[in-house]
Design a binder for this molecule. Structure first.
Ligand code: IPE
Ligand code: IPE
Ligand code: MG
Length: 248
């Protein structure tokens, strides 16, 4: 039985988040430069998005560039930004064909103007699609996002629009960039690193974490199916004890 056949379609995660890691090591292992790894990561994005949409997953959030990644060498940042624009342009027709809408979270205004404009255009051009949302985390970090939410809430308090007594988890969620989507049930990190690297810190409070040694450019549909099967074998207790869960 393949991993795909083992998936229970009735218990799919609605939202899967991925830390796409290992592009550089994948390239260096072959004696190539890091940019070659990023270029080859595009096929993994394509396959993963397609597999997720085919399964019926509603939201796929991919960590493409972190706030901290701005500290990388300039040539690598430039190559990544170029690749972003090229990929967005190339993939928009396929996204439309597969009825996938594109969205993005992060400090998007910090992207080069060209990348920002093309990204906004692709978001607009795919906005009518409702099969799945492909959400790119770009110039994103969770601490940046939470800080922005705090600033916004403080402003509303100052203007008398929000009573500090009414600040609760729900209000905070509404000020995060993921306000229109459920929290991810499953987070996958590739490349054998066991850390979160400033990703969705608020949203992953009860997310199931899945780590694989596969380097991102090698990640294929089968790897996504494997992660989902693993997720479906877990008992999500949310603080309760096993006997309290409504088992069917
Ligand atoms: C992930 O791969 C892609 C980005 C962070 C943009 P890396 O570039 O981090 O690859 P490794 O971790 O150095 O192998
Ligand atoms: C996390 O990967 C960010 C992205 C995948 C975009 P990094 O490779 O930047 O993370 P660290 O530096 O190893 O924690
Ligand atoms: Mg890395």
């Amino acid at each position: 039985m393949s991993f795909e056949e083992k998936i229970d379609k009735a218990r799919l995660p609605r939202h899967v988040a991925i830390i796409m890691d290992g592009n550089g090591r994948w390239a260096l292992k072959q004696g190539k430069n890091r940019t070659f790894g990023h270029q080859n990561g595009v096929e993994a994005v394509r396959q993963t998005s397609e597999a997720a949409a085919e399964l019926g997953i509603k939201y796929l959030t991919l960590y493409a560039f972190s706030t901290e990644n701005w500290n990388r060498p300039k040539y690598e940042i430039d190559a990544l930004m170029k690749l972003l624009v090229k990929t967005i342009d190339q993939e928009t027709p396929t996204l439309n064909k597969n009825k996938i809408s594109l969205s993005a979270i992060g400090n998007l205004k910090s992207l080069p103007e060209e990348s920002y404009n093309r990204l906004m255009k692709a978001i607009e051009d795919t906005s009518g699609n409702d099969r799945m949302t492909l959400n790119l985390a770009l110039s994103y970090s969770a601490r940046w996002e939470i800080t922005e939410a705090m600033k916004q809430i403080s402003k509303e308090v100052k203007e008398g629009k929000t009573d500090p007594e009414n600040i609760d988890q729900d209000l905070i969620c509404k000020h995060l960039s993921t306000r229109n989507m459920p929290d991810p049930e499953l987070l996958i990190r590739t490349s054998g690193e066991y850390r979160i690297s400033n990703y969705l810190l608020w949203q992953i409070a009860y997310t199931e974490l899945y780590f694989t040694k596969v380097l991102w450019p090698d990640f294929r549909k089968e790897d996504l199916y494997k992660a989902i099967v693993d997720y479906q074998c877990r008992e999500r207790r949310f603080g309760k004890i096993s006997e309290q869960l409504n088992k069917c």
